[in-house]
Design a binder for this molecule. Structure first.
Ligand code: F6P
Length: 367
């Protein structure tokens, strides 16, 4: 009978609770014992009452609630080897056989590091007498299953991350509201959206709200002439009869010299060059909060159930997987490969080798 720990880590995302609920209930249905690990990796480091067995009714109502009820943290202690070793000790003390981590790129990178270092930690704990030889033998490997919970939709190996769809819905609702006031005053608005170094939210929001201009990190404009190109486009659409101008800028937008493109600077350009009455709205954390959209509840539930199946199917040789969704099918891929691929894509974007980035992760560019 397997004991399965579950934690949420990094920035919260709508649908994380639905995922926790699916993991807990599927674990119980498949005769395993699920354990909540509170406050992300911090709970692993703190141990004791931060690791608690979860029952069927403990996740009642989780499906529809945003954020993460079991808490999350960006944990500094876990970035240090000693912190991770303490975490391993706490897991072994509680008899945890497998760990389910729901988080973004950084959290899954942390999970992958823990997986790689696990035998070394076990050997050190045995040498220090903190665990017995029998425990070292029983826990010589740990299965870690990753699921991508992040509004940014920035992980290779899955078409959609849990939370991205809800955040996009919220952005669209907010921009719709902005457009009605913009239209009344014939104003221009520059709306900054989240996404860290990924432009998926901004791109999809721009298409869905009929924006006039868009800035994303994946398509940086030349540093000297984007201002002119933007003004020309906005002016043409006003001349065609439009009462508003809408520019969407991803928080990670840059030009080709890697200089950030900031909403406030875009506002200045529109005001001085075109004379438009221009306002900036930074949507901020409202994008991450609130109830999950249908798709995130569904995706989280399917993936949570698959996480338990992946644990039960695994042999000691099976590499730790990440559960994703490609072309509408729930997938299981080695966590290590997904992390490596994501970092290769990021490096290609940094070097502005977009052809390579596209080749590595065609799904993010075609979306
Ligand atoms: O990764 C999710 C995200 O919301 C990013 O889009 C954003 O850059 C970041 O987290 C904000 O982090 P924090 O909540 O720590 O300010």
């Amino acid at each position: 009978r397997k004991n399965i720990g579950i934690l949420t880590s990094g920035g919260d995302a709508p649908g994380m609770n639905a995922c926790v609920r699916a993991v807990v209930r599927m674990a119980i249905a498949r005769n395993c014992r699920p354990f909540f690990i509170y406050e992300g990796y911090q709970g692993l480091v703190d141990g004791d009452d931060k690791i608690k067995e979860a029952g069927w009714m403990d996740v009642s109502g989780f499906l529809t609630v945003g954020g993460t009820v079991i808490g999350t943290a960006r944990c500094a202690a876990f970035r240090e080897i000693e912190g991770r070793r303490t975490g391993v000790h706490n897991l072994i003390k509680r008899g945890i056989d497998a760990l389910v981590v729901i988080g973004g790129d950084g959290s899954l990178t942390g999970a992958d590091r823990l997986r790689a270092e696990w035998p070394e930690h076990v050997a050190a704990l045995e040498k220090d007498g903190r665990i017995t030889a029998a425990e070292a033998q029983r826990y010589r490997t740990l299965m870690i299953v990753g699921m991508v919970g992040s509004i940014d939709n920035d992980l290779a190996s899955t078409d959609m991350t849990i939370g991205a769809c809800s955040a996009l819905e919220r952005i669209c609702e907010s921009v719709d509201a902005i457009l009605s006031t913009a239209m009344s005053h014939r104003r221009a608005f520059v709306v900054e959206v989240m996404g860290r170094h990924c432009g998926w939210l901004a791109l999809n929001a721009a298409i869905s709200t009929g924006a006039d201009y868009l800035f994303i990190p994946e398509a940086p404009p030349s540093k000297d002439d984007w201002q002119t190109a933007m003004c020309k486009t906005l002016k043409a659409s006003r001349e065609a009869g439009k009462r508003t101008s809408l520019v969407i800028v991803a928080e990670g937008a840059i030009d080709r010299s890697l200089k950030p493109i900031k909403a406030e600077y875009i506002r200045e350009v529109l005001s001085t060059r075109l004379g438009y009455d221009t306002r900036v709205t930074t949507l901020g954390h409202v994008q991450r909060g609130g109830a999950p959209a249908h798709f995130d509840r569904f995706l989280a539930t399917m993936q949570g159930a698959e996480a338990i199946e992946a644990i039960l199917r695994a042999t000691p040789e099976t590499p730790s997987p990440v559960i994703g969704m490609l072309e509408n099918k729930i997938t299981t891929q080695p966590l290590k490969e997904a992390i490596e691929l994501t970092s290769e894509v990021a490096q290609a974007i940094e070097k502005q080798d977009f052809a390579r980035a596209m080749e590595l992760r065609p799904e993010s560019f075609s979306k």
